[in-house]
Design a binder for this molecule. Sequence first.
Ligand SMILES: Cc1cc2nc3c(=O)[nH]c(=O)nc-3n(C[C@H](O)[C@H](O)[C@H](O)COP(=O)(O)OP(=O)(O)OC[C@H]3O[C@@H](n4cnc5c(N)ncnc54)[C@H](O)[C@@H]3O)c2cc1C
Length: 259
Amino acid sequence: MTKQLDGAPPRARLAEVVKTEELTPHLRRIVVAGPELTTLPEDTLGRYVKVLLPGQDGGRPNLALRGPAAAIKRSYTVQHYDAARGELSLDFVVNRHRGPATRWAAGAEVGHALGIAGPGPRKPMPLQASHYLLVGDLTSINALWYYAERLPAGARADVLIEIPTAEDRQALPSLPGVRVHWIVEQPDSRRLLQAVQACTGVSAQSEVFLGTEAGKVRAVKGYLLERTGISSLMMQTTGYWKRGVDAERFGKEKQQNPL
Ligand SMILES: Cc1cc2nc3c(=O)[nH]c(=O)nc-3n(C[C@H](O)[C@H](O)[C@H](O)COP(=O)(O)OP(=O)(O)OC[C@H]3O[C@@H](n4cnc5c(N)ncnc54)[C@H](O)[C@@H]3O)c2cc1C
């Protein structure tokens, strides 16, 4: 966020697309850069930023965070941050749903401008267990991997990643003690719950990160609380999106009824 000297509402930082890459049929990496991105906090990696989407008026950037002309904002996780170059890499789910962010990302080309606000806080995990269960989908893959790379020495982790199709698997670097399970998703939670139940390393002492569709977060959290004895204090849970509900409405719902 950039402070305004004239009392105008704070605005986002200006950024421009410098590179795009199709990672899988449903995930597109967009690298954005700009002088205003050189001063983000050092620990920006793995946190989320708000992407401020340009208006329909020829794609001019809208950096207004508040007020009647505020831009449409969506949350995206930082996959890579290079402060010296002022570059941020973000991975967008595409070809899956209709919404302003996914539409912008699918059509983004080098030179297109947008606003970046944040980063927002990262959910703290104690990282004191010997086993971890990290569950998510393409929207949270960068958050899952952020934690997977920071587990204590000797710890083991099961990382469950739901993907729309088998072609959406990525060649992730192998990490000691970390087992990645790719699950081709179904709209309901059954297949994901079966995969969680099949993780034999889960015990009452496991630490958990859950970041995926809201209904699935509830289903997996409910199962873990009921059947494994893991305390809710050892679970970081976030609804990354909600089926049938856009991000604005979902944000308001989360305030009234947190997961
Ligand atoms: C902390 C945080 C970090 C996030 N990081 C990322 C990230 O790095 N990459 C990423 O792609 N997303 C990420 N998301 C999720 C992303 O913000 C939402 O998916 C957002 O709703 C997308 O906005 P949109 O304009 O495309 O769709 P919206 O206008 O919000 O929604 C339109 C419709 O599309 C549906 N929808 C939204 N997202 C999806 C989806 N992924 N799959 C299927 N249907 C969907 C909604 O249910 C709704 O019916 C993150 C969310 C949070 C809370």
